[in-house]
Design a protein around this ligand. Structure first.
Ligand code: F6R
Length: 616
């Protein structure tokens, strides 16, 4: 969704702002813009609908000059993605420029009030009220103090925001504030920087400061940053963290797209996640901040997540229930938030799973669970993300930046992280012995090599992708944990190839979706060697009998499936059935990518989608 960058310092601002916006492209956007202020107080901006590449071309001919500036990538919520609605937005006098990530819920009342006072508006956005409110404050109670004017304006807002503000009257000053939308700042020898996530900052620093909700930060050209809290008290020691990956991790590094790179990084991600996790007393999960007794007392777990992370939750449920014998509910955050009848016990633990740690629905649900008296634990990829900061404990999957919009390496790493949690619980509540935990852990250690083996078989996915050429719909099937693999495979296919993909537990097919099947209809069946193998084989037969073309994900040596199906994506034998979802999904990730590429689509930036869904 929207991205925000800001800079003030000794260099020209536009080049870094444009580079910063480029690194934020992965969040998903439809228009972009920058605005700079020169030392003599001239504001100069460029903005347009479309890609950052187009913005770059326009900036090259407009040549905006100034050492302080802000930039934005917009994902339209209020008003179409047009040049006019692109950020930055100005006040009526053209002195104040604002970029905004989030949604202003009361913008209509504010706009009416401002119009009655003589303000005129140039866009359809909710954001545009903000520079007008700042102007009112600067001309009135906050005269001469841009930071105070921004605070006064923010006090009028309802909703969520991360703001970057510059003003012609304060040429080297950049003011930032936030509520509910992420924003980090950093100080360097060249000046001070701000961004809605660490990605753009990784090229200039490895240390960033976090703003709390309602903090107002004043960034100056000498690199200094002054932060004040809601009560206008100076924040002497803001929370901070080190970026734990190198800027090169956010580059393509020889791959043709980020999705290919991230699919390929899964074995190393799992190795990093497992390193040092098996200790003398079992699984080391100090991040949980729960004693063995507190863990043992947990009698129910609620997993809350969205999209791909929700699918992780479904597999996690199986692992926790199988190993720790604790009942688990898995809830879509967006649904949970409006379920007024949800019941918790005295010892319910909430587990939020979120790659970005910024998904608005997931954050609201976690806050609600906390309000219901539950401990909240987060599995996330992003250090210092809101989910991690607000949770009682956070387990970082350390998968490195995930830039392609379609989540791949976070899926498998989050799954394995949930397995570690399941083992930790099982040992704490006595459902497993230390020896059993160790055995499982050593099996997890085989995963990276199993994944490498599947990756080496990508030619099978490429070949199978041809079966989807000229098709408009498809069906994904599987049973038990393989049903989840089917859901995830279908999600991947539809989000990047725009081909309809329906996913069902195989046994449910005959209760409706079977009517979709006709000659040549593509069906993907996840049918590993497990206790439900033969049941799924029967469902494959039903599809074949109706003319379907079946692409199966099957275990090496499965002659029965090899004879029946038109294409087979082979997986190696696994020491534990719960490792299968982490390797079979890799075929479906690669299949989706090949289908999308065959159709000529940008696999990293699918239409309408955003990497981090920061609005409800
Ligand atoms: C799909 C995908 C999304 C995300 C979902 C939740 O490939 O990436 O479905 O999984 O938006 O995002 P996080 O995990 O960041 O909360």
């Amino acid at each position: 969704m929207c991205g925000v960058v800001g800079y003030t310092g000794i260099n020209q601002a536009a080049p870094w702002l444009l580079d910063g916006l480029q690194t934020l492209e992965y969040r998903g956007y439809d228009s972009a813009g920058i605005q700079v202020v020169s030392p003599s107080g001239n504001l100069h901006g460029v903005k347009c609908a479309g890609r950052v590449a187009t913005l770059r071309e326009r900036a090259a001919s407009a040549n905006p000059v100034g050492t302080c500036g802000i930039g934005h990538t917009r994902w339209a919520t209020h008003g179409a993605p047009t040049d006019r609605n692109a950020h930055p937005h100005l006040d009526g006098t053209g002195r104040i420029a604002v970029v905004h990530n989030g949604i202003i819920e009361n913008f209509q009342e504010l706009r009416r009030e401002l119009m009655a006072a003589g303000h005129t508006f140039a866009s359809d956005t909710d954001t545009e009220v903000i520079p007008h409110l700042i102007q009112e404050a600067l001309d009135g109670p906050a005269k001469g103090d841009l930071a105070l004017a921004v605070r006064n304006a923010a006090d009028r807002l309802e909703g969520s925001w991360a703001l970057g503000v510059i003003c012609a009257d304060f040429p080297g000053t950049l003011v930032c504030t936030r509520n509910g939308s992420p924003l980090v700042v950093a100080t360097t020898e060249d000046g001070a920087y701000a961004a809605s996530d660490v990605m753009p900052l990784a090229s200039v620093t490895s240390h960033v400061l976090q703003l709390n909700d309602y903090d107002v930060a004043t960034l100056r050209a000498d690199g200094s940053i002054e932060i004040r809290d809601r009560n206008w008290r100076p924040v002497e020691s803001p929370s901070s963290f080190d970026i734990d990956w190198d800027a090169s991790a956010a580059k393509m590094g020889g791959y043709s797209d980020f999705m290919a790179k991230e699919i390929g990084e899964q074995p190393e991600a799992i190795e990093r996640l497992l390193a040092g996790r098996l200790g003398e007393h079992g699984i080391e999960l100090d991040e949980l901040s729960l004693s063995r007794e507190e863990l043992a007392a947990i009698d129910k777990i609620v997993i809350i997540a969205c999209g791909t992370s929700y699918h992780v939750g479904l597999v996690a449920k199986t692992a926790i229930e199988r190993w720790a014998k604790v009942p688990v509910d898995v809830e879509y955050a967006s649904e949970f938030n409006y379920n007024e009848d949800y019941l918790v016990t005295d010892h319910t633990m909430c587990l939020v799973i979120t790659q970005s740690g910024e998904t608005a629905d997931t954050l609201s649900a976690a806050r609600r669970m906390r309000g219901m008296g539950c401990n909240v634990f987060a599995i996330t990829n992003v250090l210092g993300s809101t989910a991690a900061r607000e949770a009682d404990g956070a387990l970082y999957i350390q998968a490195g930046p995930e830039i392609a919009v379609a989540s791949t390496k976070a899926y498998t790493a989050q799954m394995v992280a949930s397995y570690l949690l399941a083992l930790r619980l099982a040992l704490a509540n006595g459902k497993m012995t230390l020896a059993e935990v160790q055995k499982h852990f050593h099996e997890f250690e085989q995963l990276p090599d199993l994944m490498r083996e599947v990756l080496s078989r990508r030619w099978q996915d490429k070949q199978a992708a041809a079966r989807f050429r000229d098709k408009t719909s498809s069906l994904f099937l599987g049973r038990n944990v393989s049903a989840t693999t089917a859901y995830e495979g279908a999600l991947k296919l539809k989000e990047i190839s725009y081909l309809h993909a329906e996913a069902y537990p195989s046994g449910e097919m005959k209760h409706g979706p079977i009517s979709l099947i006709e000659s040549g209809f593509p069906v993907v069946a996840v049918v590993p060697a497990d206790h439900v193998h033969d049941k799924t084989v029967s469902n494959i037969q039903e599809c074949l009998a109706r003319g379907a073309v079946v692409v199966a994900v099957a275990t090496d040596g499965d002659e029965k499936v090899a004879k029946m199906c038109q294409e087979v994506l082979w997986i190696p034998q696994c020491p534990d059935q719960l490792l299968v979802p982490a390797i079979s999904v890799i075929h479906l990730q690669m299949l989706a990518r090949y289908v999308a590429r065959d159709r000529g689509y940008d696999v990293d930036k699918p239409r309408n989608l955003a990497k981090s869904v920061t609005v409800e």
